[in-house]
Design a protein around this ligand. Structure first.
Ligand code: XCC
Length: 654
């Protein structure tokens, strides 16, 4: 309905409760606080104490050279330098976030391999061997433990590497690697690229916006093919590669008669232990002793995606629903780690009985209880937190509780490995059927639609409008993060969605295999799975020899976090046309806009676009996909060959 803040009925229902309870949420604050127009365009510089300098946008027409020369900061920095600096600092922050997460995982992985840590073990040996091969770790007759120790050490060394190339760069198509080398943007060490970007954007260092954007690309690649990929890969070995699994989503997953504990954030280490600890008979009977029927673990944001994909743990909601989970009055504890946690959680919790528990020394919050997740006694910490939640259950204020009815079913847990065997069959796992269906036109192309919610747009609306338009036009969608949850709530992550929303070609493929038309690939670090899927498609042949040749596009229509910019840039640097909605933080400079929206294609084969209207954005993606199909000679329309028995026999004989 026009004027509504969300397209999700459940969100609106709890927003009404927040209003009645006198609780302010991000939805309200987004209306009260107007964004600074110059900051929104990226041309406000506060990198030194002579500023902040706000460099206004140029006059629409007829700006004289003198007027143009005046549009500078005190140090003389131009709008292009300032916007480029701000933009690449976002990349540095996003890369740092994903990569610091990855470092934590690598440390726990190594300690697990050495047998120094309780609660974790090497679960997926197949994946370990695959990673070992890619990292150049010898397998031979060595034990799983020996291999895992060396894999852990090699991954940890990637952060502090000073020279050479990140090892996972070799996973990319050869042509792509060559292009990166030619452009001088192959990442060395992950930390090194972040530090260099912070240095270059310090006052008075790199004042050439093109040069800044090249290092921005190098740093972003250190995220996608470095930090994020290390997180995904090592998490898969520790906790298992996700397999298709059923799940439920939305605030209706909370339970009236059970202890509700919501895990929120990004790192799956503690949530994995909570899954185990919540099933412990001692903890279960403790919950019963306090009058609860059991323990209901639910997830929020990317922590949710992690435990959903591996255990089918229900999802309470995406980014903009975090305060609303507490407003239901039914959450006994919200346990947070790092990233995307609103500081307002502690304030909202004051109006109810919810205990907000921070667990990571990097991320404390005033008004929250801090129980540190010390990995070496992880299972004990998990139980301690569960007991806190259980102790809090009797404090629920009955008249303040309102849990919306119902939740949506979905099928999740896809990865580049599962796409392989789902489409190819268990015994001839391959991307061939996917490639063939793209070549024959049943599937027009592939889109990665990912990213956040943003309180300045209608919650979930742009995700759903864009994705429905894409699948209607036979574009299969890979999704992660909060976008994936929007799809889950709207029923797009079910095989049945194929018949309802897809064009005839995609519907046919999905129905034949029993796949949803939108595949949930996990959390935001798992966007690295999309890079791997794209690479697998290239390597299977018939669709060009680089990611930039593929009929594919990426989007984050409701983005808000710096991590999204890092992700967008590593997709662009990997050769993908990538379109963002909401706002775009470089529009204060015509030169930087031209570089990112046009010239980048000549540098990396991918480019950015900015379009607020999700329907228009979807058609820009489809046009791009069509352009790539044409370049591959696939624009002739599909030829339907009807096989008679003789032809079938002939085929079988091949
Ligand atoms: Fe955060 Fe990952 Fe964005 Fe959602 S999608 S708001 S970054 S939780 Ni990652």
């Amino acid at each position: 309905m026009p004027g509504e803040k969300s397209v999700d009925r459940v969100t609106l229902e709890i927003l009404a409760k927040a209003k009645a309870d006198g609780v302010s949420t991000a939805f309200d604050r987004a209306e009260e606080i107007k964004p600074c127009p110059i900051g929104a365009e990226g041309s406000c510089c506060k990198h030194c104490a002579m500023g902040p300098c706000r460099v206004p946008a140029p006059k629409k027409k007829g700006e004289s050279e003198t007027e143009r020369a005046k549009r500078r900061g005190v140090c003389g920095a131009t709008a292009e330098t300032i916007t480029a600096r701000n933009f690449v600092r976002m990349i540095a922050a996003g890369t740092a976030a994903h990569s610091d997460h990855a470092r934590g995982i690598a440390e726990v992985f190594l300690a697990t391999a050495k047998g120094e840590i309780p609660g974790f073990k090497i679960q997926d040996e197949q994946k370990l061997y695959q990673i070992a091969l890619d990292l150049g770790v010898e397998i031979g007759e060595r034990s799983v433990q020996e291999i895992a120790v060396e894999v852990g050490e090699k991954c940890l060394a990637e952060f502090g590497r000073q020279h050479g190339e990140l090892l996972f760069v070799k996973r990319a198509p050869l042509k792509r690697q060559e292009l990166w080398r030619k452009r001088g943007i192959v990442p060395r060490g992950i930390d090194r690229e972040v530090v260099e970007l912070m240095h270059r954007t310090h006052m008075g260092v790199d004042q050439d916006y093109r040069n800044l954007l090249l290092q921005g690309s190098r740093c972003a690649l250190a995220d996608g093919w470095g930090g994020s990929m290390i997180s995904t890969e090592l998490q898969d070995v520790l906790f298992g590669v996700p397999q298709p699994i059923g799940g439920h989503i939305n605030l209706g997953v909370l339970k009236e008669d059970e202890v509700n504990l919501v895990v929120h954030g990004h790192e799956p280490l503690l949530p994995e232990l909570m899954v185990v600890a919540s099933q412990d008979p001692e903890i279960q009977s403790y919950a019963k002793s306090k009058g609860a029927k059991g323990i209901n673990l639910a997830g929020m944001c990317c922590s949710a995606n992690e435990v959903l994909a591996r255990h089918g743990i229900p999802v309470a909601g995406n980014f903009l629903q975090q305060e609303l989970a507490i407003v239901t009055g039914a959450v006994d504890a919200m346990v947070v780690d790092v990233q995307c946690e609103m500081q307002s959680l502690a304030d909202v919790a004051k109006c109810y009985h919810t205990k907000v528990i921070t667990t990571n020394p990097r991320a404390k919050m005033q008004g929250a209880t801090h129980i540190e997740f010390e990995e070496h006694r992880g299972p004990d910490v998990a139980k301690k937190i569960l007991r806190e939640a259980i102790d809090n259950f009797p404090r629920r204020k009955g008249n303040a509780v309102h849990i919306p009815t119902g939740s949506q079913e979905m099928v999740v847990g896809f990865s580049h490995e599962t796409i392989n065997y789902l489409l190819g069959g268990l015994f001839r796992a391959s991307y061939r059927p996917l490639n063939d269906n793209i070549i024959n036109g049943r599937i027009r192309g592939i889109a990665g639609v990912v990213g956040c919610n943003n309180a300045r747009t209608v919650h979930d609306s742009a995700h759903l409008t864009m994705i429905k338009e894409l699948i209607k036009n036979d574009v299969i969608v890979l999704t992660t993060g909060c976008a994936a949850m929007a799809c889950g709530k709207a029923g797009l992550l079910t095989p049945e969605a194929a018949a309802e929303y897809c064009g005839p070609g995609l519907a046919e493929v999905c129905e034949a295999v029993g796949l949803p038309p939108v595949l949930h690939l996990g959390a935001c670090v798992d966007n690295s799975r999309i890079l791997m899927a794209a690479t697998a498609v290239v390597k299977d042949g018939g669709l060009g020899d680089d990611i930039s040749d593929l009929p594919a596009a990426g989007a984050a229509p409701e983005w808000m976090s710096e991590k999204a910019i890092a992700i967008g840039q590593y997709f662009v640097a990997s050769g993908v046309f990538t379109i963002f909605g909401t706002t775009f933080p470089i529009t204060g400079s015509e030169e930087v806009s031209k570089l990112l929206f046009e010239e980048m294609e000549g540098i990396t084969g991918g480019k950015w676009a900015f379009e607020v209207d999700p329907l228009k954005a979807a058609h820009m993606m489809i046009d791009h996909i069509n352009k790539k199909r044409k370049a591959l000679g696939l624009d002739k329309g599909r030829e339907r060959v009807l096989y008679d028995m003789a032809m079938r026999r002939e085929l079988d004989a091949v």
